[in-house]
Every structure is written in structure tokens, then in C-alpha cells.
Design a protein around this ligand. Sequence first.
Ligand code: C2E
Ligand code: MG
Ligand code: MG
Length: 587
Amino acid sequence: MSKRTHAWHAHLPEIVEATTDFIAIMDDSGRLRYINRAGRAMLGLSDFEDVERRHISDCHPEAETRRLLAEAFPIARRNGAWRGESMIISGDGQEIAVSQVVLAHGCQNGGAGMFSTIARDISERKRYDAEIRHQATHDPLTGLPNRIVLEEHLMMELARMAQGRRHAHVAVMLLDLDNFKRINDSLGHVAGDELLRSVAQRLRNCVRTGDMVARYGDDEFTIVASGLSAMDNLLPVIHKLRAAFELPFPVAGQEVFTGFSTGIAVAPNDGGDPVTLLKNADAAMYRAKASGRDRYQFYAPEMNARGQELLVLETELRHALEREEFVLHYQPQLHLCTGRIAGFEALLRWQHPAGRLVPPSDFIPMLEETGLIIPVGKWTLRRACAEYRKLRDASGTQVPVSVNVSARQFGDHRLVEELRHILRDEGMPPEDLELEITESTVMQDTQAAGEILDALNAIGVRLAIDDFGTGHSSLAYLKRFPLNTLKIDRDFIQGRPWEENDAAIAEACISLGHKLGLDVIAEGVETAEQMQFLRAHGCDMIQGYHFSPPMPLQAASHFALHHKARAGAEALAQGVSKIPAIEKGRT
Ligand code: C2E
Ligand code: MG
Ligand code: MG
């Protein structure tokens, strides 16, 4: 090295201090020895800070530190240098993208050596890249992903489905705005754009996390819903979509209503690749358009039938409450030892306008899913309390009434307050109302259930566990909860010929209930033989077709009256055929 060069070298520290790049020197364990001004500024260190107390891990996010020590240092040691991209963590915790070089010094003969690193802030370029990428993959008007992203996403979800890592179905919904052209023509393009942006926003709010909404064409949008275990799981999305478009959109100073024609294809049935699924969803969408506005059409006919049926059911149920189409039937419960009436269970039915009396199993799941169970459940409670008086007056004795409370209703924070109001308004003695809550509902969240049960107990109503034996109860909780009654599920009563296992379970339930100080009732008692068995094992009460099915209020009142008139025990012994009022109830 010439003397002159040497003289220039004397200025190197000055240059290193002045550069805007991050420059640091550290030992092979990552402990810092030197860091230049720009580096200190990036890390938020003052000029007086003793950098030797710092470690490489103070400069980078954790994962980056690990990568530099495990990958960059060894490569630099071997080849002299490592180049790559990394992150520096700034004084205020921000991650700064950098392009970085690591150089090894004095490691040639197996020495420990030193490392220097030079890093340049490239966050601006990264932001720019991201923006370009976003522009290439998103629709500029609505900000939604475009076709390219949609197809990639769909491909990924289909692959996941095939691996069985997620649920069994992926649905592609193609939505076409019904009156976009008219709005665009009459209110102008600016208004049209405004509408599309608002539509996009509402659609985004309708899907679950993990599902994708994309803009597919001018006024076409696509939703990919994955992780569906059955077609029915798609209904909540459809419900939300419907509800979201019931309100108008403010566009160009006016209120505009719009809806969709929607075609739905579901993998794997309707195709296993994006192209086929989109093509089939498109075909279904055209059929939806052809059959009128605001329609949903599934590609596969059988799905379509089921989907349409459920959608019709939902619409009808929404009207059933206001049109007063629900009715309560009452099924008596008898004391096994005296044969007297122990109470009535109120059971909901839907008097369909077409004339059918629809059983609860056909519509309660839908009420639960749509949340309609809350107003319907409230109606049921009020109606049962109002009708309780009629039953009591007709029979001349106290007849407690049981009402079923669904899972969603049980979890609704308004239940306790509403119940209090209903009892007061209807003049119902709380101890004459029993709420039946299924075992599985109570065991879902035992902590919350305990609190609700305590609050209900404080009002003074009785509490029963319904369908007992099916829900894996924890005995510890059963003991702690303020319960009055255990209802053995009818599955364990009805084995015919009497199944040994079922009999053993029924027997165990009776003895368990008694040990916990509860009344035990068996539901679904259909034969004298079953009744005898239950009596022999000390069951307190029975309910079942053996002596009466659920009946309309009038028939239930007759039943109560006639039953009282006869010796209860005699009625029990004779069974259903000897009690005329019951026969009426069967009609
Ligand atoms: P659950 O509470 O266990 O009601 C007993 C069911 O067993 C009733 O069916 C009743 O008709 C039926 N049953 C009674 N005796 C016999 C018998 O001897 N043999 C047979 N096979 N069945 C018998 P239903 O009325 O169809 O109700 C079914 C379920 O729907 C009820 O089961 C309850 O979970 C639910 N449910 C009924 N009404 C309401 C309601 O107002 N609200 C809520 N949330 N759920 C209700
Ligand atoms: Mg019940
Ligand atoms: Mg039951």
C-alpha cells in the first residue's frame, strides 16, 4: 500500500460515520463492537450509548437474528460474504426492510474472527412493490381482490379440501347485481361506481374470516366459502347476504335498492377445479336470473331442491310469528305412585298455512340458526304462562307447566329479565313454571350455564335437565347446579324389546337423580311394560304416548278434568284406551 493510499485510509472512519447506511461490527457471538451514526439513529441509540453492551438481537426481530446467526454468519465465514434481505427493528419498534451484506474478517485459519454488516433501508421500495402487487391483484374501484387472486385462493382451498385438512365442501357463489345497468344509465357512472363500492363493502361484511369476496366483472362479484361440512352451512352466509341487501344504498343523493341473482357451485360435487366451478356457478347464475330477481340457484339439482326448500322455510318462519301460526300442545306428566297429574310439558307446533301441523324437529334448527328462536322462545314462554291459568282452572288443581328453552335462548342475556316480566304480566307463580334445558346445552359452557341457572333459580322457577343421558354430564356440575328435575331421554326408555344397556342406563339415571335429590321423570313411555319397569325402579314420573300424546289446550284441559274425576291410579293402570279425552287429543 502506497503512502498516499494510506493517507486516504485515515479518512475511512469519517466516511463510515457519515454514510446513511447502517454499518456495524460484531464478534462471532453477535456482540456489537461498533455501530455507525446512521445505525445508532436507526436503532434509536444515543451517541453516548455504550454499544458494546448491545447484541445483534437488539438490532433485528427475533426470527431475523436467528437466521443471521444460523445462516448469514456461517456463509460469510465460509465465503467471505453473505448478501440478502433482512429486517432491522427501529427504536420505536418498527420493522425496517433492509438489503444487507455480512462480511467475515480474520476467520481464515479457524480463528473466531469478526463480522461487519452493512444494511440499507429499502422499505420505500418494498412499499412501492407491494403497491404495484396490490394494483395487479385488486380491483381499483372497490379494493376487492380480482379474478387472479380469486382463482389462486380457490385453488388453494380446493387443495386443502382434497387433503381433508378442512371440511368437506368449498362453495363458489357468483353474484350478479340485478339492476346495475338501469342505475348506471339513469344516475350516471359516478353513481354507479359509488354503488359498486358500497356493495363491495357490504359483501365483505357478510363473509366469514377466511372466505373471499372478489370482483369478477362489471357488476359481478364472487364469494368463495370454504370449510363447509355440509351445504346447510352455507345458509348463514346467504341469510347475511339477504339481510345486508334489505336496506337501501345511498347513491347520488337517493336511496337505491339492489339485489343479486346468485349461482352457486359446490366442490367436490359440481367440480374439482376453479375453471369448472366458476363455469358451473355461472350457469346456475344465469338460471337464477331467468327465474326472476333476487334468486339463489344451486348448480346441482338436488342441492338446489334442498337449498330452495330451506330458503322458503326461512321466509315462512319469519312470517309465522306475526301471523300467529305457532301453537302449543300440552303433554301430561303423571306421578307414578299416585297416578295424579304432575304437570304438562308445552310443546311447540307450527300450524302451516297449507294445513300441515309441523313438528318442532322440522323448524327449530332453522329458528336456532337464524336467531328467530329468541322471539319465538319469548312468545312460547308468554303463551305457556297465559295458558297455564286455563289448564289450572279447568282441572281445578295446580298444574305446573314445563317449557323447553333452546341453547341459543339459554345463552341470551335478556332471558332472565324477560322471564321476570312475563311471570309478572301473566300472574304466574314462578314455582309452577319449569324450564327444560337439554343436557348438552348446559354442558357446553358449564361456567356460564351455572350463572344463568343460578339467576333463574333466584326468580323461583323450577329447572329440569332434558334429554338426560345423551350429553356427557359431569357429575360435579350436576351436583352444583340448582336443579329440580332430571328427564331421562326417551332413547333409553324405548328399547323394544327392552335393551339391557338401555335399561341399565335408565336405572342408573333414576338412582343418580335421587342421590342428587332430584325428581326423575322418564319421557317417551309407550307401553305398560316400560311403565312397570320404571315404577319398579322408583322413577317418580312418566310422560309418554302410553297414556297421552301432546294435545291442544282444549283437549289437555279435558284430560285434566277427566283425569281428576277418576282415581288417578286406576287411569294409569288402564292406560290410554280408557280415557276418552285423550282420544280427542290424538286427532
Ligand atoms: P323434548 O323436549 O324431549 O320433548 C319430548 C318429545 O317427545 C316431544 O316431541 C313429544 O311429542 C315426544 N314424545 C312424547 N311422548 C312420546 C312417546 O311416547 N314416544 C315418542 N316417540 N315420542 C314421544 P316433539 O313435540 O316433536 O318435540 C321435539 C323436541 O322439540 C322437544 O324434545 C324439544 O327439544 C323441542 N321443542 C318442542 N317445543 C319446543 C319449544 O317450545 N322450544 C324449544 N326450544 N324446543 C322445543
Ligand atoms: Mg322437553
Ligand atoms: Mg326430552
